[in-house]
Design a protein around this ligand. Structure first.
Ligand code: NAD
Ligand code: LMR
Length: 332
């Protein structure tokens, strides 16, 4: 295994990136590996990255390798192992005179970014590169990027780890079980208010949620809406979307991909469906994933979904299909 890893981060002058980038080189996320960073921004703000690089240099990170920045994504992408595609416009801001509140607005504005970035990743990224799309609408942006890259050996993911961490927190509070004993917290479907956080297959101190949580009223009236609407609740309060929690979730996704998954556990991310759990092929769908001992990442396939769960999951699958339809002009 290589002792160096090259990581490209887009949106590097943004809110999430400010919390994310230092922790990529702190010796925890990639262990002992030396981390080379290539930070990418749009031309209007790329110069701000000079200040961020100064701060990184001033922070005494023994594992930090080369740090470069650019507004040219292609240049950054050569030989990269990981791509963290954060750069895009968040909800809650005013863009060209209009407050961006709906995912459909984001789809129009952000979708195009991922065609060019996907092409460059397919051409210049490592054959086994991993790509984590954070920028919203994450699943469909990842679909666009993966399609443009056209390289099956690369693994494209959209981030649902934040939703999984949110759901763990709510379950921990409800049951009084420590958060690190809440495992196999699956987010099925889209990173959007239609997602289905699986309250039945979750393991709470080793026992399935279906045995521990016998309060369907709480599930439908409190648990699901709280997790599904948490992004909006943070935006409404902060006037900006979740940043430090999103950064932590991106780091946790990397750690989950770089290390074998414990027996019984899984981690959440959206990857391209191969038909697993009846999801139409190609949709970037939130699944329970496992990293095997040899580093392969696979969908955990042995779970049972109740009729309730199937019904909720279908709502999210339908939304993913309609998003795919809406961006079909961006798909080759
Ligand atoms: P931000 O506005 O603070 O930063 C985004 C940065 O991206 C800006 O600096 C912008 O200049 C840059 N950017 C835009 N287009 C770019 C491009 N083509 N190439 C490189 N950089 C580009 O926003 P943020 O708070 O950091 O959020 C970033 C994205 O992450 C948003 O779309 C937000 O909705 C999303 N998000 C996703 C999750 C999740 O769980 N998947 C959670 C929180 C936020
Ligand atoms: C979140 O989940 O916090 C982000 O995706 C922001 C949003 O727009 O909901």
């Amino acid at each position: 295994m290589s002792s160096r890893v090259k990581v490209v981060v887009t949106g590097a002058a943004g809110q999430i990136a400010y919390s994310l980038i230092p922790r990529l080189v702190d010796g925890r996320t990639f262990g002992d590996k030396i981390v080379d960073l290539y930070l990418v921004e749009i031309p209007q703000v790329v110069n701000k990255l000079e200040g961020l690089v100064m701060e990184l240099e001033d922070s005494f990170f023994p594992n930090m390798g080369d740090v470069k920045y650019t507004d040219n994504f292609e240049e950054a992408s050569h030989g990269a192992d990981w791509f963290l595609l954060v750069g895009s416009i968040p909800r809650g801001i005013v863009y060209e005179g209009k407050k961006i509140e709906e995912r459909s607005d984001l789809l129009k504005i952000n979708g195009g970014i991922f065609v060019n970035q996907g092409e460059a990743i397919g051409k210049y990224g490592k054959d086994n590169a991993k790509i984590l799309v954070v920028g919203n609408p994450a699943n469909t942006n990842a679909l666009i990027g993966k399609n443009a890259a056209g390289k099956e050996s690369q693994l494209w993911m959209a981030m649902t780890m934040l939703d999984s961490s949110r759901a763990k927190s709510v379950i921990s509070k409800k049951t009084g079980v420590e958060i690190n004993k809440v495992k196999n917290m699956i987010i099925w479907g889209n990173h959007s208010p239609t997602m289905y956080p699986d309250v039945e297959n979750v393991l709470i101190d080793g026992k399935p949620g279906s045995e521990i949580i016998n309060d369907m009223n709480w599930v439908t009236e409190s648990f699901l809406p709280t997790v599904q609407q948490r992004g909006k609740a943070v935006i409404d309060s902060r006037g900006a979307s979740s940043a430090t929690s999103a950064a932590k979730a991106a780091l946790d996704t990397i750690i989950a991909c770089e290390n074998p998954t414990e027996d019984g556990d899984s981690f959440s991310a959206a990857i391209a469906s191969d038909g697993a759990y009846g999801v139409p092929e190609g949709l970037m769908c939130g699944y329970p994933l496992m990293t095997l001992q040899d580093g392969t990442i696979e969908i955990k396939r042995d779970l049972t979904l109740s009729e309730f769960a199937k019904e909720k999951f279908k709502i999210s699958i339908d939304e993913l299909e309609s998003e795919r339809e809406a961006v079909k002009n961006l798909l080759k």
